[in-house]
Design a protein around this ligand. Structure first.
Ligand code: ADP
Ligand code: MG
Ligand code: ZN
Length: 501
């Protein structure tokens, strides 16, 4: 094969082939501790400060399963309409890699904790596409290799590598779809919509912070093509660790176009992993794909099997939170949205965020306007997904409350939001640090009003004479004097009152 892959025009791909997809999503659970030891599970700590003999694989160290991680796995399975295993085990997946100190990954193999489910995915035009789920299983994350000295941070061109084992042993759930057929030209869109729906679901379950940019949600996209009308799947490639929703869509589309070009020119597709390059929108060859024999899986002898009681499963099923599709239906009813408005909010990734903002106490109208207007703008300029903005629905609700209490004007509220987005802390901290408290003390305002009237005697006379629209100029100078920190409506009232209106 040539180094620069030729790609086929997308419409031509669809004339000749049917795509088949398989999506593997890894999600890091936000449990307090790791999967098999008591080390803290937190992102961003100093390298190698959250490690112990168990997650470092030191001789004699014995693992113990994190019950909260098992609970999360079952809840995810239930939300995905899966069966929950009556009995299952962990398995060792053996391979050497520097970021894997034990020389094996503790995972599950042929006995996943949950299996055989589905997720209904809403496409951009509002149509629903059902994706069947093969299984979801529990495993642990690896550490991280940091390749130093090169320009790209990749191993090629690096002078040396460092290892950070803080992530080694963090609980992961891998969710694997059955082969997705019948999506046709919409395959790339289905892939993106599926990962979006899964992310929203995991967020609603509150099991992970699902940050694709930080790697707590990662997607491997398998793609193959079969000639139109064929029933046997073609050879797949697996594009690893695609780290944004948009990239999932682009990677699938690119692979479809590349496969088609290779297949029609008489070549064949090699089963391998591939890397997606965000800047070029293309993929490049990774490593040839191992078969499961290569991993010499065997049941983990240091851990007891897991046999979740039916009562526990039933209890978890009864206590699932409102799931995104239920929430959608209710939002539509409660907020009086049209199908189209609902779809726009869903497509903008705003619905969950608005719902959570409402849950945190904001009025639906306020919550909606913050997310679809100012915060959408901010997401745009900062080049991130709405949900990945560094502000939580709770914080937005707090800003709304501060405005409601008359402590912030809308203008200042936007600056407080900027502060939160820039990492300056909670809304109240930003208000305090930037000295934003609205001047709501009437005596102070009164003083500013009197001064403004004294400075513009002719305007004051006009107002006294009944020209109330002249009050605008006075309000303007009071706002200026208080650096925008006064409630303009209240100032206007005081101005009119001072002039006997
Ligand atoms: P691996 O161990 O290679 O990652 P998995 O079973 O975990 O294998 O995941 C493979 C994914 O690819 C699954 O989602 C599966 O449904 C899907 N898949 C299997 N065969 C094909 C194929 N020929 N084309 C596209 N996807 C496929
Ligand atoms: Mg896999
Ligand atoms: Zn540990």
């Amino acid at each position: 094969m040539t180094a620069v892959a030729e790609i086929m025009d997308y419409d031509e791909v669809l004339d000749r082939f049917d795509p088949v997809l398989g999506l593997e999503v890894h999600v890091e659970l936000s449990t307090k501790t790791k999967m098999f030891c008591g080390c803290a599970n937190e992102f961003g700590a100093e390298p190698n400060t959250q490690v112990c003999p168990v997650c470092l694989g030191l001789p004699g160290a014995l693992p113990a399963v994190n019950g909260k991680a098992v609970e999360a796995a079952i809840r995810i399975g239930l939300a995905l309409n899966c069966q929950v295993a009556e009995w299952c085990r962990f398995a060792r997946k053996n391979y050497f890699y520097p970021d894997q100190p034990k020389n094996f990954q503790t995972s599950q193999y042929d006995e996943p904790i949950v299996f055989d489910g589905h997720l209904d995915v809403v496409l951009d035009d509002g149509e629903t596409f059902r994706v069947d789920i093969e299984r979801a299983h529990m495993e642990e994350d690896t550490g991280k290799s940091l390749h130093m000295g090169g320009a790209t941070g990749r191993i090629h061109g690096a002078d040396y590598s460092l290892l950070d084992y803080n992530r080694a042993g963090v609980p992961l759930i891998e969710i694997v779809t059955k082969p997705i057929t019948g999506a046709g030209e919409r395959a790339p869109e289905v892939a993106r919509a599926y990962v979006t729906a899964l992310r929203d679901l995991l967020r609603a379950l509150n099991v992970s912070d699902v940050r694709m940019d930080q790697g707590s949600l990662r997607c491997d996209a398998n793609v193959s093509l079969m000639p139109k009308g064929a029933s046997e799947f073609g050879t797949r490639t697996e594009t690893k660790n695609v780290n944004s929703l948009r990239s999932v869509e682009r990677a699938v589309r690119y692979e479809m176009q590349r496969h088609a070009a290779v297949l029609t020119s008489g070549g064949s597709i090699v089963q391998e992993t591939r890397h997606f390059d965000e800047s070029t929108g293309s993929t490049s060859s990774g490593r040839p794909k191992e078969t499961s024999e290569d991993y010499r899986y065997f049941p983990e002898p240091d851990l007891v099997p897991i046999a979740p009681s039916r009562e526990w499963v039933e209890e978890l099923s009864q206590t699932l939170p409102e799931l995104p599709w239920e929430r959608r239906r209710r939002a539509k009813e409660d907020w009086g949205l049209s199908d189209e408005e609902l779809r726009d909010l869903v497509n903008a990734g705003a619905l969950e965020l608005i719902a959570e903002t409402v849950e945190a106490g904001a009025a639906p109208g306020d919550a909606r306007s913050w997310w679809v207007a100012y915060l959408s703008q901010q997401a745009n300029t900062r080049g991130v997904e709405l949900a990945d903005l560094a502000i939580t629905p709770k914080q937005v609700a707090r800003v709304v409350a501060l405005v409601g209490e008359g402590k912030l004007t809308n203008k200042l509220a936007r600056q407080v939001v900027d502060g939160v987005l820039d990492g300056e802390g909670e809304p109240d901290e930003v208000v305090a640090a930037r000295g934003f408290e609205v001047v709501s003390d009437d005596s102070e305002l009164q003083k500013a009003v009197d001064e403004a009237l004294a400075a513009q005697p002719d305007v004051a006379d006009k107002i006294r004479g009944g020209k109330v629209q002249a009050a605008g100029a006075v309000v303007g100078s009071v706002m200026k004097a208080t650096k925008g920190q006064a409630d303009a409506k209240r100032v206007r009232e005081l101005v009119l009152k001072a002039c006997g209106q």
